[in-house]
Design a protein around this ligand. Structure first.
Ligand code: GTP
Ligand code: MG
Length: 370
C-alpha cells in the first residue's frame, strides 16, 4: 500500500497517536488519527522520535538490485563529494551557494524562497564539489529528506543573528540518520547583532561540539553577503571529502538518482539527475523509476550541453516519455531491449503491487538504493 495511518504508525512506535499528531504539526503537517502517511513522512517522524525504521519491501529479481554488486577496486576513481546545504528558512543557504558560485539565483526565486533542489558544481583548488541546495521552508520536508539521502557531506547553515530553529534540528536529524558528516556554517557574521558563539553553545545540545572546544565538528564563521571565509569553507569540505575517499567507476553504464522531475511544455518530461556511478551519455537507454527513456539531450547547471556526465555530476536530461518521481533511481543500459524489458517489468510490478495493496516500488527505490 505504501502508506500507513497515523494510528498504525503510533502503534508500531509504541507512542500515543496524539504525540505523533503533535510532531507532525511541528513539521507543518496537519493530521488526524486516520490520516494516511507516506513512507517519506514515516521516516521523518521516526527520526524525530529517534527510532530507526528499516523498510523491507518486496522486490523480486529486479535488476535494480544489481546495485549491490561490489566493484573491483581497480576500476574505482576519485569522484567529487556531493554536498547538501541544509538549514532553517532564510538562514542564507541559497545566498551562500550563490556566493560560492558567484552567480545570483536568489534574485530570480519566487519570494526568495527555494522551491526545489538546485544542483550545481563548482571547482576549488582544481577539485570539483557538487552542491545541492535544499529548501528550508517547512512545506518541503520530504524534498529535504531526499536531498540528505544522496549526500556525502551536509553543510548546516545557521544564521548567527538568529539561532537553532526547528528546521535546523530537522536537518541535524536527517544527516545523523543518514550517517552523513556535518560541517556547520555559521552565517551572517557581518551583522552587528551576530553571535556565532551562541550558535556553537546551542548546537552542543545536539552533540555538535566545535573542534576548538575539544569536539569533532568543524564550524566555519561565514558571511554569504560579504563573502567572508568562503575559501575556508570549501577547504573544509575538501578535507572531509578526502577522508571519506569517495570513489566511483566512470567506465560503466550510469546509475543515478532523480533529484526532481517535471513536465515541461516545450521539452516534455525533464529530469534533473545526479549521476552517482558510471557515465551517462547521449543516446543511452535507461530506466528511471518504472519508465523507459533514452537520453536525448543533457544540460549541466551552467546551461551548457553535454555529451556525457560522469560520477557526481548533476544534469538535466530529456528523452523520457513520462515524468519519474524525485528519489527514483535511474539506471542506464547498453542494450535498449533490456532497458525496455526492465521498464515493462517494473511497471507491471508497480501495478501488481498496487493491486495487492502492498508497497510501492518507486518508494522502495528511494530507501533501498540511495
Ligand atoms: P530558504 O531557501 O527559503 O530556506 O532560504 P535560504 O536559507 O536559502 O535563505 P536566502 O539565501 O534566501 O537568504 C535569506 C535572507 O538572508 C536574504 O534576504 C539574504 O540576503 C539574507 N542573507 C543571507 N546571507 C546573509 C549574510 O551573510 N549576511 C546578511 N546580512 N544577510 C544575509
Ligand atoms: Mg534558499
Amino acid at each position: 500500500r505504501g502508506t500507513m495511518t497515523v494510528g498504525e504508525v503510533a502503534k508500531l512506535f509504541h507512542k500515543d497517536a496524539s504525540e505523533l499528531i503533535k510532531k507532525l504539526l511541528m513539521m507543518g503537517v496537519m493530521a488526524t488519527i486516520n490520516q494516511e502517511l507516506d513512507l517519506d513522512t514515516i521516516q521523518l517522524i521516526s527520526a524525530e522520535f529517534g527510532i530507526e525504521v528499516e523498510l523491507k519491501l518486496p522486490v523480486e529479481e529486479d535488476p535494480f538490485e544489481m546495485d549491490e554488486v561490489v566493484e573491483d577496486p581497480e576500476n574505482l576513481m576519485e569522484r567529487p563529494p556531493v554536498v547538501t546545504i541544509m538549514g532553517h528558512v532564510d538562514h542564507g543557504k541559497t545566498t551562500l551557494l550563490d556566493a560560492i558560485r558567484h552567480t545570483n539565483v536568489t534574485a530570480g526565486e519566487a519570494g526568495g524562497i527555494t522551491q526545489h533542489i538546485g544542483a550545481y558544481q563548482v571547482e576549488s583548488n582544481g577539485k570539483k564539489i557538487t552542491f545541492l541546495d535544499t529548501p528550508g521552508h517547512e512545506a518541503f520536508t520530504t524534498m529535504r529528506a531526499r536531498g540528505s539521502k544522496v549526500t556525502d557531506i551536509t553543510i548546516l547553515v545557521v544564521a548567527a543573528d538568529d539561532g537553532v530553529m526547528p528546521q535546523t534540528v530537522e536537518a541535524i536529524n536527517h544527516a545523523k540518520a543518514a550517517n552523513v558528516p556535518i560541517i556547520v556554517a555559521v552565517n551572517k557574521i557581518d551583522k552587528p547583532e551576530a553571535n556565532p558563539d551562541k550558535i556553537r553553545q546551542e548546537l552542543t545540545e545536539y552533540a555538535l561540539i566545535p573542534e576548538e572546544w575539544g569536539g569533532e565538528t568543524i564550524f566555519v564563521n561565514v558571511s554569504a553577503k560579504s563573502r567572508t571565509n568562503l575559501d575556508e569553507l570549501l577547504e573544509m569540505i575538501l578535507l572531509v571529502a578526502e577522508v571519506q575517499e569517495l570513489k566511483a567507476n566512470p567506465n560503466t553504464t550510469a546509475k543515478g538518482t532523480v533529484i526532481e522531475a517535471e513536465l515541461d511544455k516545450g521539452k516534455g518530461p525533464v529530469a534533473r539527475i545526479l549521476v552517482q556511478d558510471g557515465t551517462l551519455r547521449i543516446g543511452d537507454p535507461f530506466v528511471a523509476g518504472v519508465f523507459f527513456g533514452r537520453v536525448r539531450a543533457m544540460v549541466n547547471d551552467k546551461g551548457r550541453r553535454l555529451k556525457e556526465a560522469g560520477p557526481s555530476t548533476p544534469v538535466e536530461i530529456t528523452g523520457l516519455h513520462e515524468v519519474p518521481q524525485a528519489g527514483d533511481r535511474l539506471i542506464a543500459f547498453d542494450d535498449e531491449r533490456k532497458a525496455r524489458e526492465i521498464a515493462d517489468k517494473r511497471t507491471i510490478t508497480l501495478r501488481e503491487s498496487e493491486l495487492n495493496s502492498s508497497s510501492r516500488v518507486t518508494l522502495d527505490d528511494l530507501y533501498k538504493h540511495i
